[in-house]
Design a protein around this ligand. Structure first.
Ligand code: ADP
Ligand code: ASP
Ligand code: MG
Length: 272
């Protein structure tokens, strides 16, 4: 099951997503986006900012993530890790202000998904769920086209089967969408909105029976329901048609999401 930015935007949203995960015992692997707004803030930092603007953007990131930390029963378990992430972001942002690069940008923006997954694991643990955090970069091998890396399906499948699959038998696994790593271990990203693609790629590698994309609209519509209120929900759509809509801009799915699903004929549910 994959949850997008609004589904992990704050403490209440994370808890609603946790309810969804726990309602279906067949859900074994959870793929998360960064909390809403975080990726955009990180992209701004990666563009290279003046010190005062850096402080402002970092404060925004801290505010969004602390609002979740502060509502935990034991905030101190996780605060140190979030602080370490934010320190890293500060250091990388300083480097980006001197000389930015696509590789540095990917390293920076990956912190959004790293933080949201840490927080979500803690929320589940406070609910007595046996949940583990998994760094998807161990298995999500991609090319080194930073910013729009192509997955290397054979390698990532092999790595997923050896390194991720055994963990699914022991615990509910929480991992990051969007990010990966190239052969030298440097962090990459699959392009904006790429968490859907991650979910489908891992579903393919694991021969999942289904991939669920939980988002902030109740399904795929004839057009963007936020723009056209009379848009109608499409209850079932072929992979080809959904891929075409996504390719021509329907943001509800990353355009490549359907490729892995088609290769293994895995049904994809999209909804809220
Ligand atoms: P998430 O963070 O869950 O990945 P996104 O914002 O990426 O969510 O995608 C969901 C959004 O896609 C919806 O809020 C909606 O405004 C937009 N959207 C665009 N086209 C469509 C469509 N044809 N059907 C449904 N939603 C669409
Ligand atoms: N967090 C990333 C983005 O905002 C990936 C995603 O949400 O799918 O583009
Ligand atoms: Mg999206």
């Amino acid at each position: 099951a994959k949850f997008g930015g609004t589904s992990v935007a704050d403490f209440d949203a994370m808890n609603r997503s946790a309810d969804v995960v726990l309602a279906d015992a067949n859900t074994r692997l959870v793929v998360l986006s960064a909390s809403a707004g975080i990726t955009n803030l990180l992209v701004s930092l990666a563009e290279g900012q003046e010190p005062s603007q850096r402080v402002f953007l970092l404060d925004e990131i801290r505010r969004i993530q602390y609002a979740i930390v502060d509502r935990l029963q034991r905030p101190d378990v996780i605060r140190g890790e979030i602080d370490r992430m934010i320190e890293n972001i500060a250091m990388l942002s300083e480097a980006a202000a001197l000389a930015t690069s696509a590789a540095l940008t990917d390293e920076l923006v990956s912190h959004g998904e790293l933080m949201s997954t840490l927080l979500f694991v803690e929320i589940l643990r406070e609910r007595q769920v046996n949940a583990v955090w998994f760094d998807v970069r161990k298995v999500m091998r991609t090319s080194d086209r930073f910013g729009r890396a192509e997955p290397e399906v054979d390698v990532l499948t092999e790595l997923t089967i050896t390194q991720l699959k055994p963990r699914l038998e022991q615990a509910l696994v929480i991992t990051q969408g969007f990010i990966g790593s190239e052969s030298k271990g440097r962090t990459t990203t699959l392009g904006r909105g790429g968490s859907d693609y991650t979910a489908a790629l891992l579903g393919e590698a694991l021969h999942a029976a289904r991939v669920d994309i939980w988002t902030d609209v109740p399904g795929i519509y004839t057009t963007d329901p936020r723009v056209v209120p009379t848009a109608k929900r499409i209850d079932e759509i072929t992979f080809e048609e959904a891929a075409e809509m996504a390719t021509f801009g329907a943001k509800v799915l990353h355009p490549a999401t359907l490729l892995p699903a088609v290769r293994r004929d895995i049904p994809v549910f999209v909804g809220s």
